[in-house]
Design a protein around this ligand. Structure first.
Ligand SMILES: [Zn+2]
Length: 170
């Protein structure tokens, strides 16, 4: 092969590589979007909106299914100090151990960590802020947000709506 021919060959390969890379990036983006869509819409527990309203009541429905926030200090779970666990009000999945609860002074039940695999997170860009939204991994119900201003050892503050939780004493 001549030098010129080699150059042309390399040129073709470069264009192919660029094309392949372009297709791959597009493919990955498409895959990610499809995956996000699937994750957003697919949970182990799925109910109709009417069934959720019936189970949760208006206050629970507004938080868990409509990303609402309860009034600070309104949940009796703020003062819950017994040993036990906090489960999802939507599907009963255990979410937080009582040992992970701490008094944040915010008026919302706060935890330093969830139980392993119990919650998922998404980026919430509403209200002109970028926050990390926390939801139940099993039913997708909105629980609250997680902030990086919590106490040791995690440094995290899972700021939860009490109405999204139910306490089960040990
Ligand atoms: Zn749930």
């Amino acid at each position: 092969m001549t030098v010129q021919g080699l150059g042309k060959e390399i040129g073709i390969m470069d264009r192919r590589q660029i094309l392949t890379a372009g297709v791959s990036a597009l493919g990955i983006l498409t895959f990610l979007r499809a995956t996000e869509g699937a994750l957003a819409g697919t949970f182990a527990v799925v109910k109709s909106e009417a069934a959720w309203r019936s189970r949760l009541g208006s206050a629970g429905y507004a938080v868990l299914r409509q990303h609402g926030t309860e009034r600070a200090g309104s949940s009796p779970l703020n003062a819950e100090k017994r040993a036990g666990r906090f489960v999802c009000a939507g599907c009963d999945q255990p979410l937080f151990a009582s040992s992970a609860k701490f008094e944040s002074g915010t008026g919302w039940p706060s935890f330093i960590t969830p139980l392993p695999g119990a919650v998922g997170t998404t980026t919430d860009s509403s209200l002109g802020m970028s926050r990390t939204e926390v939801h139940c991994r099993r039913c997708g119900g909105h629980l609250g947000h997680v902030f990086a201003d919590g106490p040791a050892p995690t440094g995290l503050r899972y700021c939860m709506n009490g109405v999204a939780l139910r306490f089960e004493p040990a």
